[in-house]
Design a protein around this ligand. Structure first.
Ligand code: HEM
Length: 575
């Protein structure tokens, strides 16, 4: 018996011996093969050659093969390590390598409500490689946002944001002591006296908003309330944050730009829109962003390559982000030169606050640029969404509309501008309506945080670096705190009512929770209130038959509309 396994294998029975010959002739013998040999001799002769060949093949391929196996194992360890660290937290099965991203893209954040029902108030959800620990309970939100804030004070940085210097230097993504110091400076700029001083500006734009609607109404056209609300919000941020006039509520302003150099407002906004729309929580972003969800370690090198290839999405995004930075720098330079002590905008306040050495060190030009630009990102779609969904919900509930209009009329003549105090004390029902619409449609349904120490939440030990996301949208529909959670009933927020008194204090947190909650909450509510007061002084609304029901949304950093919300404006009889 030949000890060589290859020879043993090749010692085949007679019926197929004819094959050996052809096999042998096909082999690359260095010398001519003997002609008349029995299959056995033939094979023994072949044995050495085959053995040699296989040997050398194995020798040359082995390192490659071993390296591939090692790489595969390495990748699997790398890929599954974050999961392994939180494996005890329950969660649905995932799909390799995308996790639950397709779920989120298809169903939006509502899918989390279903998961919370199945897995409880704390569960796992995977964005590609990255597991999120989702917290969907008011008391647990308090624990994450307040009680354990010291250990969970940073935000996790999602893959779409990692490449943007504008995003990384904004307050939203600042970390640790830099965040604390910057937040302290900015908080001082959002004091009630400052907000009160912005009322005339906000009222001015709310009036232009109504004029635009009246033009549309006179032509008997539908009002694209979501689009107009966004224009209003951008105009207000333009003036209050940058100190410039975008003029989007003016006629034809969106067409004013033909040449890249002499269009300030609209080109800037177009670039902003492109940049912001690339921040998607699905797999439709640039190649490096998508890769970042699966193998974050490769995202940066990949972006560095692709941003040099003109046909790549990374290239376009990089170019646009650069141009955006240049434009913001130009605005800052211009505003710095013409600024006076009376300037009320955020940029002026920020530049003025560079008095102390600490502020000067913190507020370098690139940080000022990011902090001002952040207002456009954080403060436009959010307020516009809230405003338009409130008008939409009221248009579907005439009994709410009647009470609201009565309260607004009770306040006084139509040209009376409410003061800061009026807005707080004389519009209790308006408050309830806004809260309820933010509960039904929570524009920021997920709030991202990350542990900086090992910490225990809801009975699970979460290691340092765990992404903990608060599901505000799920908490807002928890039937424990909101009976019949899908019914729009502003009275549930009546401060004198039992439901409101009994409710958990953190069951309704559309602006987040704790020291890291939205810095401009009061600014946003002031803007929405002034716009609604102005609107309902002149109009009531009904859904346009041309609008699809129910409204559909897409999820990027916040919720936004797939299609416009279209309403019919009806001029009030006594207007
Ligand atoms: C209806 C409108 C708005 C909603 C619903 C909203 C919601 C939120 C939420 C949920 C957070 C995260 C809070 C947390 O982590 O606990 C946040 C943070 C933030 N928001 Fe707003 N926001 C709105 C308007 C605005 C406006 C108008 C601005 C600026 C002018 C703004 C600027 C910010 C900033 C800078 C942060 C980061 C705060 C930090 O990390 O310290 N937001 N917002």
């Amino acid at each position: 018996m030949n000890p060589n396994p290859w020879c043993t294998i090749l010692m085949l029975p007679h019926p197929i011996s004819s094959l050996y010959k052809s096999a042998a002739t096909a082999l690359p013998f260095r010398h001519s093969p003997p002609t008349l040999l029995s299959p056995y001799t033939y094979l023994c002769f072949m044995d050495d050659r085959v053995h040699e060949m296989v040997d050398s093949l194995v020798r040359s391929c082995a390192p490659f093969f071993l390296a591939s196996v090692a790489m595969l194992l390495g990748f699997l360890v790398y890929f599954y390590l974050p999961y392994w660290r939180v494996r005890r937290v329950p969660g649905p099965p995932t799909t390799f390598p995308v996790g639950h991203i397709p779920f989120l893209a298809k169903h939006g954040p509502d899918i989390l409500r279903v998961l919370a029902k199945n897995y409880g108030p704390i569960f796992r959800f995977h964005l590609g490689r990255q597991p999120l620990v989702i917290v969907a309970d008011a008391e647990l939100c308090r624990k994450v946002g307040i009680k354990k804030f010291k250990d969970i004070r940073n935000r996790s940085i999602p893959s779409p944001a990692t490449g943007s210097p504008l995003l990384l230097k904004g307050l939203f993504l600042l970390r640790d002591s830099r965040w604390t110091s910057t937040r302290n400076i900015i908080t001082s700029l959002y004091q009630p006296a400052h907000l009160a001083s912005l009322i005339p500006t906000m009222h001015h734009y709310a009036t232009s908003f109504c004029h635009t609607i009246s033009k549309i109404q006179r032509n008997r056209e539908d009002v694209p309330i979501s689009e107009l609300s966004l224009r209003l919000a951008i105009d207000i941020i333009g003036k209050t944050a940058f100190g410039i006039e975008f003029g989007l509520l003016d006629d034809d302003s969106s067409d004013c730009c033909n040449d890249d150099d002499d269009c300030d407002g609209s080109c800037f906004l177009r670039q902003h829109t492109y940049s912001i729309s690339s921040l998607k929580m699905d797999l439709s972003g640039s190649f490096s962003t998508t890769l970042g969800m699966i193998a974050p370690v490769l995202q940066k090198p990949c972006r560095e390559i692709f941003k040099r290839i003109p046909s790549a999405a990374d290239y376009k995004l990089h170019q646009i982000n650069q141009r955006l930075c240049q434009r913001i720098d130009a605005i800052i330079a211009k505003r710095s030169s013409e600024m006076t002590r009376e300037s009320k905008d955020f940029l002026a306040a920020l530049l003025n606050s560079r008095q102390t050495r600490l502020a000067e060190n913190l507020l370098t030009d690139s940080y000022v640029r990011a902090l001002v630009y952040e207002h456009l990102i954080a403060g436009t779609k959010t307020t516009a969404f809230t405003l338009s969904m409130t008008v939409y919900l009221v248009s579907q509930h005439p009994e709410v509309e009647k009470k609201l209009v009565e309260e607004i009329d009770r306040f006084g003549p139509r040209d009376l501008i409410p003061t800061f105090d009026d807005l707080h004390s004389k519009f209790s029902y308006l408050d309830q309506v806004i809260k309820e619409s933010m509960r039904i449609y929570t524009v920021s349904p997920l709030v991202a945080r990350e542990t900086s120490q090992q910490v225990e939440i809801g009975g699970y030990v979460l290691p340092k670096g765990t992404w903990v996301w608060l599901a505000l949208g799920v908490v807002a529909k928890d039937p424990k705190h909101f009976p019949e959670p899908d019914v729009f009933r502003p009275e549930r927020f009546d401060p004198a009512g039992d439901e409101e008194k009994r409710r958990h204090p953190y069951a309704h947190i559309p602006f987040g929770i704790g020291p890291r909650q939205c810095i401009a909450q009061k600014f946003a509510i002031q803007e929405v209130k002034l716009a609604l007061i102005q609107l309902y002084r002149h109009y009531v609304f009904r859904r346009s038959p041309r609008m699809d029901l129910p409204p559909e949304f897409q999820y990027g950093l916040v919720l936004s509309f797939k299609r416009d919300i279209m309403l019919r404006a009806i001029q009030r009889a006594d207007d």
